[in-house]
Design a protein around this ligand. Structure first.
Ligand code: GLU
Length: 448
């Protein structure tokens, strides 16, 4: 148990450490304050309370519409069969088809997927794309399988969920552990299984390789969105992107692209951590060079142009901006008390726990919340889907400038909610997302 007392937050409407909405008991939702679903939905329900969202909408949004779980056997290279578990959770489709990534990780379980699906509904609403929220995954460690085994796992999973996804119904994409090759196998399997009419069945999934229906700019899109958000928000904190120092937690797709793009704006990367180790160089770590090293070696460990440090030293490294771009719940009370930064830009989904966030608030550290900061990925997924459905391919400049417009629009809506309700940015981002959903529900009504 942590011994750190959460200081009194500086913002009037700061969210509580554990928001205990009456809905949790009413709907039989998890009572453990460390449960990710309770934490993420709790933050939204707190925003709902602050803005006075009607109770029936709170109830609808506190639970996913569908939770699909599949088990499927796959033949391994040595001829034996192994059984795998896969998920697809469809949280809400009031604003459009379900949309969200597929996580391939050995620790994937239902509560995570539910939380991540819920976050997608909020993210899509905030950033203004016509989608609802979904998320899925396979309980698998992609690093432990050959390319052939992964192909059979992904194709068999696709056939197991094929009746529950579709270009107008539910559109998966990459997430932690999955990549454009996996999306290509999904698109090809779905195309093979579907009856080809006038539409383009490869639009069932986004984040595909550019050569096979993908969009220019999709691979870097989440990192690009993180940096677009920083460039927009830093001046109000009296920080200039070209004079910032920063550290990154997780150097996969989101971490490495955030690092490279932020560095190209003139910022200096001082420390990086991932599942293999922690490294630091006060003179700066070249983000492009490190990305090449990680591609070849699987992690930052052993990178000779920076020194190895401990976990605590990594978090205590003095920087202007800290970018958590790994898994959920990595910034808890202890890490929040260690951090020596001015801004936390959440590249990952739900990297900060409510208790951790309260410590950050008390210390005057600004948090750019994930549903705003990492919405770039799904935004460019939307552009890919539009290109697929209209048989176009856009230039990178068009993708980047439209992405920037969506990110700035989301930032403006978040700021407006912060001003209206005098709350911190996470609550404001949820309120801005909820405002759009509320309007849609009011126009739609409830059938019948
Ligand atoms: N997995 C990404 C996310 O969490 C992207 C989802 C998408 O492109 O649909 O936002």
């Amino acid at each position: 148990m942590s011994t750190i007392a959460a200081p009194t937050p500086k913002v009037k409407n700061a969210q509580p450490k554990d928001y205990n909405s009456p809905l949790f008991a009413e709907l039989g939702l998890p009572s453990d304050p460390n449960n990710l679903y309770r934490q993420t939905v709790g933050c939204m329900l707190y925003g709902a309370e602050v803005m006075g969202l009607p109770n029936y909408l709170q109830q609808i949004l506190a639970q996913p519409k569908n939770e699909i779980m599949v088990h499927f056997p796959v033949k391994m290279d040595d001829g034996r069969f192994q059984l795998f578990k896969g998920y697809r959770v469809q949280h809400n489709n009031a604003l459009g088809p379900y949309k969200g990534g597929l996580r391939f990780h050995p620790d994937v379980h239902l509560d995570d997927v539910k939380s991540l699906a819920f976050l997608m509904t909020m993210k899509c609403s905030l950033v203004g794309v016509p989608y609802g929220g979904g998320k899925g995954g396979i309980k698998v460690d992609p690093r432990k399988h050959s390319k052939g085994e992964m192909e059979r796992i992904v194709r068999r999973f696709t056939s197991a969920i094929a009746h529950n996804v579709g270009p107008e119904y539910d559109i998966p994409a990459p997430d932690v552990g999955s990549n454009s090759q996996h999306m290509a196998w999904i698109a090809d399997t779905y195309t093979f299984l579907s009856e080809i009419g006038g539409s383009n069945p490869t639009a069932v999934v986004t984040g595909k390789p550019v050569e096979y229906g993908g969009s220019l700019g999709r691979e870097k899109a989440t990192g690009q969105g993180v940096v677009d958000t920083l460039v927009e928000m830093l001046p109000e904190l009296n920080l200039r992107p070209d004079q910032c120092t920063f550290s990154v937690l997780g150097y996969g797709n989101v971490g490495s692209w955030s690092g490279k793009i932020f560095q190209d704006k003139g910022a200096k990367m001082i420390a990086v951590a991932d599942h293999t180790g922690f490294i630091k160089n006060d003179k700066g770590i070249d983000a492009h060079d490190l990305a090449k090293y990680v591609d070849q070696h699987g992690g930052v460990k052993g990178y000779t142009k920076a020194g190895a440090i401990t976990k605590e030293e990594f978090y205590r490294t003095k920087v202007d901006v800290f970018i958590p771009a790994a898994l959920e719940q990595m910034v808890q009370e202890t890490e929040a008390a260690w951090l020596d930064c001015k801004v936390v830009a959440e590249g990952a989904n739900a990297p900060t726990t409510p208790a951790g966030e309260r410590v950050l608030q008390g210390r005057g550290i600004e948090v750019l919340p994930a549903i705003l900061c990492n919405a770039g990925g799904v935004t460019v997924s939307y552009f890919e889907w539009v290109q697929n459905k209209t048989f176009q391919s856009w230039e990178l400049e068009k993708v980047d400038s439209l992405l920037n417009k969506h990110m700035l629009g989301a930032a403006a809506r978040t700021r407006a909610a912060r001003k209206k309700y005098n709350c911190e940015l996470r609550t404001a981002a949820y309120i801005a997302a909820l405002e759009r959903l509320q309007k849609a529900y009011e126009f739609r009504g409830i059938f019948p």
